[in-house]
Design a protein around this ligand. Structure first.
Ligand code: HMG
Ligand code: MG
Length: 300
């Protein structure tokens, strides 16, 4: 039997949050439907953030309402990014059972992203994680800017180790190591994950890789060699963070699925069917999208 790798599709959240033109709720739901048809089982679908900070996420409630019937007969997990207790409470009120908090590696990035110092962001994460644990809600913590901060440069590896360990201590179920601006390399992933996996095991780690400099697949493979079996990706390679200059798209779901399936892992995702999801994302954004594999598939 092939070993399973879990793909969390973040195209609806990370993929769309930085789009210059408004994306309608209907277009988001169409994207979701095609992703579900392809076998995607984990969707980070919305963010409960301030609508002025990220206008594309202002319809989070409507997206969740529309997703309800699409996932009701399945084991699909729909999660929401929540930056603080207000976001958490709104997510819970709308039936979310899995949330993600965000902690960045430097004061500057936390301030730009969340209007909080590193310490305030950490305390906020601790508060949300504790409440989620009390409510039996799955909670994961992003350690963002893990390879480099968009403002302060390369992130020292021991900072990432410390922040990840603290989030685990607070009770996070999963830690997502985020290379927000795609500035990392496979050796950095080894250096980050090696000691963490040794101390905590590989099961609780996820990699969230942006592909700005074309390193994301190589870094994902470094993660695989460290035992990580959980990855974020975004259909068509959509993605970016409004508060992280230089953050271009996430690793494309179709590229990651292709690599993993070819290497003998089971993602549960049908790569041929992802073509419709890329088309839906193209319609939603008005952009031509698609990772390298899609271009190759189209030429066959
Ligand atoms: P703030 O202005 O400091 O908030 O923003 P505040 O607590 O001072 O409150 C000000 C107003 O905002 C109040 O309303 C609050 O109720 C409201 P008023 O009384 O003035 O009417 N408010 C909220 N409204 C909606 N949702 C909320 C919320 N909280 C307070 N959750 C805040 C702080 C965090 C809200 C703001 O900075 C924000 O929304 N930031 C968005 C950050 C974001 O979405 N960034 C992108 C996602 S992170 C990312 O992409 C990286 C990642 O992909 C990993 C990687 O790539 O490495 C995850
Ligand atoms: Mg991201």
């Amino acid at each position: 039997m092939r070993e399973q790798v879990f793909i969390n599709e973040v195209g609806l959240r990370d993929g769309l949050q930085n789009q210059p033109n408004p994306v309608s709720t209907a277009a988001k739901l169409k994207m979701a439907q095609t992703l579900l048809d392809a076998g995607v089982s984990y969707l980070e679908a919305v963010a409960f953030v301030h609508p002025k900070a990220v206008p594309q996420m202002a319809d989070a409630v409507d997206v969740l309402a529309g997703l309800g019937p699409l996932v009701s007969q399945s084991a699909v997990e729909v999660s929401a990014l929540v930056p603080n207790m207000k976001g958490y409470q709104r997510a819970i009120e709308h039936g979310v059972t899995s949330v993600a908090v965000v902690l960045s590696s430097t004061d500057t990035f936390n301030m730009r992203n969340l209007n909080m110092s590193l310490l305030q962001a950490k305390e906020t994460c601790q508060q949300v994680i504790a409440q989620a644990n009390a409510d039996n809600i799955k909670v994961r913590a992003y350690v963002s800017g893990a390879c480099a901060c968009p403002y302060d440069g390369t992130t020292p590896v021991d900072v990432v180790h410390q922040l990840a360990a603290e989030m685990i201590e607070f009770g996070a179920n999963e830690i997502s190591i985020g290379d927000t601006i795609g500035a990392g390399n496979p050796q950095q992933i080894n250096d980050i994950l090696g000691p963490l996996v040794q101390q905590f095991g590989s099961e609780c780690f996820n990699l969230h890789l942006h592909d700005t400099r074309g390193q994301a697949l190589a870094m994902a493979w470094a993660g695989i060699t460290q035992g990580v079996r959980r990855f974020d990706s975004s259909i068509g390679g959509l993605g970016g963070c409004p508060f992280a200059p230089g953050a271009s798209g996430n690793v494309a779901t179709e590229d990651l699925v292709y690599m993993l399936e070819q290497a003998g892992f089971d993602t549960g995702i049908d790569i041929q069917k992802l073509r419709s999801a890329v088309s839906a994302a193209e319609l939603a954004t008005g952009q031509q999208l698609g990772g390298r594999i899609l271009q190759w598939m189209k030429s066959q």
